[in-house]
Design a protein around this ligand. Structure first.
Ligand SMILES: Nc1ncnc2c1ncn2[C@@H]1O[C@H](COP(=O)(O)OP(=O)(O)OP(=O)(O)O)[C@@H](O)[C@H]1O
Length: 462
């Protein structure tokens, strides 16, 4: 991260807005300190008006003050309000015994970034606000006036803003400009076919056809004629001349998916085609010249297949002139919420009207899940959740991720704040080489607060 970006996040001289919903008395005594720490409070007059205030004010963080009598009984309305302003990170201020009520606990756990128990410690709230603000800023670029900017790239509909995907976009642009074959590798569901389409769409062949062939799905007895075509009467059942898939990709791009599944004899024919740029229909007498660019994809390790004698080495060299390696979804830091929101929008016709977005808990669970099926699995889970969800916000149960993440979530809710606080302080002190004033500035808090927090966490200067 550039140095000045970090300073921008934590510089207390820059005022940051917080939207507050709830009885003013709850935070009245803390407003002085919050102001000193650089927070400007915007008061929403009511729950119903909060979403409107949220989008008008441009605030990235919000606080809901729960008084014993009022909001605790109106969890449903609070949930609706949160659902209508999902671009904010929300923090709850809750009365001491409120967390004992299961419904209330569930609301706090699923829809809020964090919570503080009353009476309020303004300095601690300022730190939590700082973390929430930082997190919100990370994704704020993807919102425009409350709408997601879906990062639609000219290369087809590829969504993703991570460094890994920026690299892929660059590679796509580069390989699109040449004619050599490209081998696209990566786990299943990572977007290999989409990448092949993107290469085609950016190439000079974009007006020509894009023909995709799944080599693993073709029946062994038909594969030769499917790929190369056949002449009438060349075998029993060949009543008509058939143009094969390679030939039908003339002046365009042929995408051979699951190339590792191609039988050995077909590998030989394909190699001949790649070398000579001609094909021979089954039962045909002449060589037909075809102008086709070949892209291939595999989710298996072709080098291992070569060692096992299942794949021809010479064909591998021919196909692997250029290579693009698709990253697994779990490594694409920051892309999961973006993709989830994209899928939500793309399939919004299938959902019930009340479903407005994802709960914090669901986003957290998605970020921490391994996604063995990658984007295809994400699409399936989100679509299913959109149909199953009976509330305003999709939960981790709707996504079918509760068993995998629930126990971790409970620990996280109770411990995350402390450990995040401690690690931010350690990081700031290390960066400022033990200077408390500098570290405090960087963290966006006063020196006094920093000393207090260092004592609380048992952190020394060096
Ligand atoms: N970057 C992306 N943005 C949006 N959708 C994507 C992205 N990458 C993949 N998808 C979607 O995910 C699904 C799987 O992608 P695709 O079929 O390209 O993966 P694949 O790697 O070719 O899978 P397989 O190895 O199983 O053939 C498709 O519905 C595709 O549209």
């Amino acid at each position: 991260m550039p140095k000045n970006a970090k300073l921008k996040l934590s510089d207390p001289s820059i005022e940051r807005s917080v939207l507050y919903v709830g009885e003013k008395e709850i935070i009245a005594a803390s407003t002085g300190i919050l102001k000193e720490e650089g927070w400007s409070i915007i008061y929403a007059p009511s729950l119903a008006e909060a979403p409107q205030y949220a989008s008008k004010s441009g605030a990235l963080v919000g606080v809901v003050g729960f008084s014993q009598k009022e909001f605790v009984d109106h969890a449903h309305r609070v949930e609706l309000m949160l659902a209508q302003s999902t671009m904010l990170k929300w923090i709850a201020l809750i009365p001491p015994n409120a967390a004992e009520q299961p419904a209330f606990r569930q609301l706090i756990g699923s829809a809020f970034y964090d919570y503080h128990t009353l009476p309020l410690d303004a300095l601690r709230l300022s730190i939590t606000l700082g973390h929430a603000f930082g997190m919100a800023e990370m994704t704020a670029d993807t919102f425009q006036g409350g709408q997601w900017d879906l990062h639609h790239h000219p290369e087809s509909q590829m969504v993703g803003a991570s460094d890994q995907m920026q690299k892929i976009y660059q590679e796509i642009r580069k390989v699109a400009g040449v004619e050599a074959p490209v081998l696209i590798t990566g786990e299943s569901g990572t977007g290999k076919e989409l990448t092949a389409q993107a290469i085609h769409e950016r190439s000079t062949r974009k007006e020509g056809p894009f023909i995709a062939v799944n080599c693993g799905a073709l029946p062994a007895n038909l594969i030769q004629s499917e790929l190369f075509g056949h002449e009438k009467g060349s075998f029993t059942g060949a009543h008509e001349r058939k143009i094969g898939r390679i030939e039908s990709a003339t002046d365009g791009t042929l995408f051979l998916d699951e190339i590792g599944d191609l039988p050995m004899d077909l590998q030989t024919n394909l190699l001949r085609f790649l070398q000579e740029k001609t094909i021979h229909r089954v039962g045909g007498r002449q060589d037909i010249e075809v102008n086709v660019r070949v892209l291939a994809a595999t989710h298996i390790n072709l080098e291992a297949a070569i060692k096992d004698g299942r794949f021809r080495q010479d064909l591998y060299y021919r196909l692997n002139v250029l290579q693009i390696k698709m990253p697994p979804l779990r490594d694409r830091v920051g892309d999961i919420p973006l993709l989830a929101q994209y899928i939500f929008t793309r399939f919004s016709d299938e959902k019930a009207h009340r479903v407005k977005g994802f709960s914090e808990e669901a986003l957290h669970a998605m970020n921490h899940y391994d996604w063995p099926g990658n984007i295809r699995e994400l699409i399936n889970r989100v679509r299913r959740a959109m149909v199953m969800c009976e509330k305003f916000l999709i939960s981790l149960v709707d996504l079918g991720l509760e068993r995998r993440t629930n126990s971790r979530m409970q620990v996280t809710l109770n411990e995350a704040r402390d450990s995040a606080e401690a690690s931010s302080i350690r990081g700031a002190l290390a960066q400022s080489r033990g200077s408390v004033s500098m570290a405090a500035r960087q963290l966006g808090i006063s020196r006094v607060s920093l000393y207090r927090l260092m004592e609380k966490h048992g952190i020394s200067k060096s």
